[in-house]
Design a protein around this ligand. Sequence first.
Ligand SMILES: Nc1nc2c(ncn2[C@@H]2O[C@H](COP(=O)(O)OP(=O)(O)OP(=O)(O)O)[C@@H](O)[C@H]2O)c(=O)[nH]1
Ligand SMILES: [Mg+2]
Length: 344
Amino acid sequence: MFTVPPGGVHRATLVCYTPWAMSDEIRAGFCAIVGLPNVGKSTLLNRILDRHLAAVSAKPQTTRDRILGVHTFELPGLAAGSTEAGDPSRAQIAYVDTPGVQDGRGPLRRYMRDAALAAAADADVVLLLVDATDRRGRMPERLAEADVAALGHASRAHPIVIGLNKVDRVPKPELLPVIEAWAGFAPGVEVVPISALTGDGIAALERTIAERLPLGPALFPAEMVTDRSPAFIAQEIIREQLYHQLGKELPYACAVQIETWTEKSAKELAIRAVIVVERESQKAIVVGRAGARIRELGIAARQAVGEALGKTVHLALFVKVLTEWSRGEADLRRLGYGGKGDGG
Ligand SMILES: Nc1nc2c(ncn2[C@@H]2O[C@H](COP(=O)(O)OP(=O)(O)OP(=O)(O)O)[C@@H](O)[C@H]2O)c(=O)[nH]1
Ligand SMILES: [Mg+2]
């Protein structure tokens, strides 16, 4: 079982944490997926891993923390940078999904921003994801603006690949000037149009990333997918369902805490989870009239968590008010937004 060293997973700590390191040289390394909020970073991670690992929603700033997702795959004929050992025929990309970068007040937003920038700083390759449907956000000039300048800066510090996402919704002629504009963003940059939703372009994207990774032993066992615990994944999926069900009514400062986790059998799991909000009025919104909304939420979340974990799930959901939790460092840590890259 892989355990996360204090401070999260980094290449430096992995040196002494990989007794399984293989002698075969492959393309292996960390790729931070960064970008503005809502560009499709978590959708892409889930698509690549073919599983529901990260929370996805139409609301910006869904992801709050770094999430590691490891993809080990065959890569025939990768000639670039070949060594005496011959061309590596496999690659292992350790993706790190990050919160969308945007200026914002308060310790929670600061925590999110720091998590994203730290992931970019630690990466071997940065995948800067751009939303091709966002007329302002899709142009490189956006990254020169003060609120996101740090994102552009952090991205340029490493080999960079630009993923131009959501191309399923943009006519090709409209994309050409956007691709051209990004081509000059940094030396050696490659722009790959993709759709995280349909899967279009993703094989090409992974190859482009792999070509930029160092040659060396695998960093993780081939079967490993994430460092996050099933409880962390469940908590994220419950929060995602909350975003889906409440839409615009959703209070920004809501969090989910798993209180108890009981494996009834190999296929059956009982979870007791608490939705934490900041005010009584928010609690009333989440609970709904005569408890109708939280009942609906419970049904949807139970199904989604069950599918993600491959188990039958019994889910008991409660709502708790923790006044101004998102403003206090101690409460933030209690809800998991504390030490960098917690293992969940
Ligand atoms: N049409 C289309 N929609 C997409 C695509 N990728 C993501 N989306 C949608 O974009 C929205 C945001 O997706 P997320 O994956 O949550 O985006 P994110 O970048 O992780 O967002 P934050 O975590 O909030 O920064 C969701 O409604 C997705 O369904 C795509 O390729 N095409
Ligand atoms: Mg996300």
